[in-house]
Write a protein that binds this ligand. Structure first.
Ligand code: ZN
Length: 181
């Protein structure tokens, strides 16, 4: 990269993979130490310094915040940062000895992108409050055959209104009496 330092307009692309030098992230999930971090960046020499932009790919692991199962998910972040030459206005990043130190930039970008409430799946139902078991283990609730209590109530309702028994007509007995003489 030395060849493009202080050569505005020059540009180089870099693609490489480095292991995470330490565990990144303090939450439920983190990028483990040694986890490969793929760095694909473009470094442009500009008047004030070096403009670094590109994408970072890695993988975080930990536990689902709802059901506590182990999860491993890819993480991809976009970065863009200007590393200024020493002597320019103070910035977060400086070109040091003809190079830029990407580590803290990449680490911060990754850590900020890690989910605060990671989930194994977007609609993870979490744990059963009664048994503490994962609700997600049975993907479709089984049909038990027991009637839904709401239907049972409806059945009672229809039975209650089934009492319109026909009344006996008066006068039938008087007709029979005429045969006896
Ligand atoms: Zn889950």
């Amino acid at each position: 990269m030395r060849d493009i330092v202080r050569a505005p307009g020059e540009m180089r692309e870099f693609a490489f993979s480095v292991p995470a030098p330490e565990k990144w992230g303090e939450g439920l999930v983190s990028v483990k130490q040694g986890e490969p971090v793929d760095i694909d960046v473009r470094v442009e020499s500009v008047h004030e310094g070096m403009l670094v932009s590109g994408t970072i790919d890695s993988e975080y692991s930990g536990i689902c915040g709802r059901c506590l199962t182990d999860i491993v998910q890819p993480v991809e972040v976009e970065i863009q940062e200007l590393f200024t030459y020493p002597g320019h206005e103070t910035a977060d990043f400086e070109v040091q000895d003809d190079h830029v130190d990407l580590e803290s930039l990449v680490r911060d970008a990754i850590v900020l992108s890690l989910p605060f409430q990671p989930v194994c799946q977007p609609d993870c139902p979490g744990l059963d409050p009664a048994t503490g078991e994962r609700l997600a283990t049975s993907p479709v609730s089984e049909q038990t055959g027991a009637p839904d209590p709401r239907w049972a109530a409806l059945q009672d309702y229809t039975r209650d209104h089934d009492d319109d028994s026909p009344r006996s007509a008066p006068g039938d007995t008087a007709v029979r009496n005429t045969e006896e003489s």
